[in-house]
Design a protein around this ligand. Structure first.
Ligand SMILES: *Cc1c(COP(=O)(O)O)cnc(C)c1O
Length: 393
């Protein structure tokens, strides 16, 4: 048969519609077709906007990136395939052999691993310092130091970093100050307003918020740095899938509502836990018995967040009894889910540390970190109260 275009393999065009969808269409297409080589030239040369190949960029990623830019108060950020991909885009995309980087001594576990294992393997030296101790951070600076990477609130002990002090030091010494804002989220804290040069988010947590997507975001104040990180992310394949971006956007539409609800409940839960005889200590930045309460008020204002840590009176046996008794709560090492999740650092995130190193951080067998979700506050405090009583009674 001659010229039977019906037998060419390509999808049919979408039907016309005078009305528009209210939800962002999902664009899973890996490639985009152009009219002519000239048209492609125009695109590559930036004279017209257009997509070519999904690893290089696609509409669903850009929609999420622009929403994140608005939340963080910055322009030109990049969505990555995970929070760790964002951390990698910063560290591996911007540093080179011979450089030195300072990290917080309580960074996210995989960030610590990058600092301890992978950067040194590439000839990039690293020092960890307590972000609440300005003298220690200043003392770690060397002539070849290029960057400082910190989190605002430490995991799982919820201590505050001296962000303003580190920002001033970074400016003074001409260092890039990078803030991983995952724990605090842009509702709790906006690093760019405090002098950070680069902000990182794991959208996997509160921003996407439903534990069904792994995604990250990074943005620099300097567009040249965004370009370098974008090229590195595209080259090394750190870029995200359209479906993940589509899911993340859906989650982000309710981010503020979820954050406010979870935070309000966290305050109630923290106060409730503090009154229980089976609880030795409660750590919540919004409580005035928190060791960094003044700094927390300065940095976070009315938004101390949805994370609460507490120390159960007991050992591993009581910890086991508590997670068994805490019916309906997920014992799972994540945070920012719609449901409350419990994490036990001694057996998960901090298991690689010696018992002594854990004890130095205050992480005993009774230590739990709670990511407060969207449950009814009354029900949640009852579940915690009953489980603590059952475990320690
Ligand atoms: C979870 C997390 C990450 C890593 O994010 P992924 O999306 O899991 O790769 C980085 N930093 C912090 C503070 C986190 O909590």
């Amino acid at each position: 048969m001659k010229n039977d275009r019906g037998s060419l393999i390509r999808p049919d065009p979408l039907p016309d519609s005078a009305s528009a969808p209210v939800v962002t269409p999902l664009s899973p297409s890996v490639v985009y077709s152009s009219d002519t080589p000239d048209a492609l030239d125009a695109q590559y040369e930036g004279r017209v906007q257009g997509y070519t190949y999904a690893r290089e960029g696609h509409p669903n990623a850009d929609v999420v990136a622009r929403r994140m830019d608005r939340l963080e108060g910055v322009e030109g950020g990049i969505v990555t395939g995970s929070g760790m991909a964002a951390v990698s885009a910063v560290l591996l995309g911007l540093l080179k052999t011979g450089d030195h980087v300072i990290g917080g001594n309580q960074l996210y576990g995989r960030s610590l691993r990058l600092m301890a294992e992978d950067l040194p393997r590439m000839g990039i030296t690293t020092t960890l310092a307590d972000p609440g101790d300005m003298a220690a951070v200043a003392a770690a600076i060397r002539p070849e130091t290029r960057m400082i990477l910190m989190e605002v609130v430490s995991n799982p002990t919820l201590r505050l970093a001296d962000i303003a002090g580190i920002a001033a030091l970074s400016r003074d010494k001409d260092l890039l100050f990078v803030v991983d804002n995952t724990f605090t989220t842009p509702r709790g804290f906006r690093p760019m307003e405090w002098g950070a040069d680069i902000v990182i988010q794991s959208l996997t947590k509160l921003l996407a918020g439903h534990s069904d997507v792994t995604l990250g975001y990074v943005a620099a104040r300097d567009p040249a740095l965004n370009d370098r990180m974008r090229v590195f992310a595209v080259t090394t394949g750190l870029t995200p899938s359209p479906f993940d971006c589509w899911l993340a956007e859906r989650g982000m539409l309710t981010f503020e509502l979820r954050y406010d609800r979870a935070q309000a409940t966290a305050a109630v839960l923290a106060d409730h836990l503090a009154g229980l005889p089976g609880v030795n200590q409660v750590l919540y930045p919004g409580r005035d018995d928190h060791p960094d309460h003044a700094l927390a008020s300065t940095l976070l204002g009315p938004n101390p967040g949805n994370m609460v840590s507490f120390v159960l009176n007991g050992d591993r046996a009581q910890a086991n009894a508590f997670t068994r008794a805490a019916r309906g709560l997920s014992f799972a090492p994540t945070l920012g889910d719609v449901g409350t999740t419990l994490s036990h650092p001694a057996s998960s995130s901090h298991r690689a540390l010696s018992a002594q190193a854990r004890a130095d951080l205050g992480i005993t067998e009774g230590f739990f970190r709670v990511s407060v979700g969207l449950e009814d506050p009354q029900t949640l405090t009852e579940v915690f109260g009953a489980a603590v009583a059952e475990a320690t009674g």
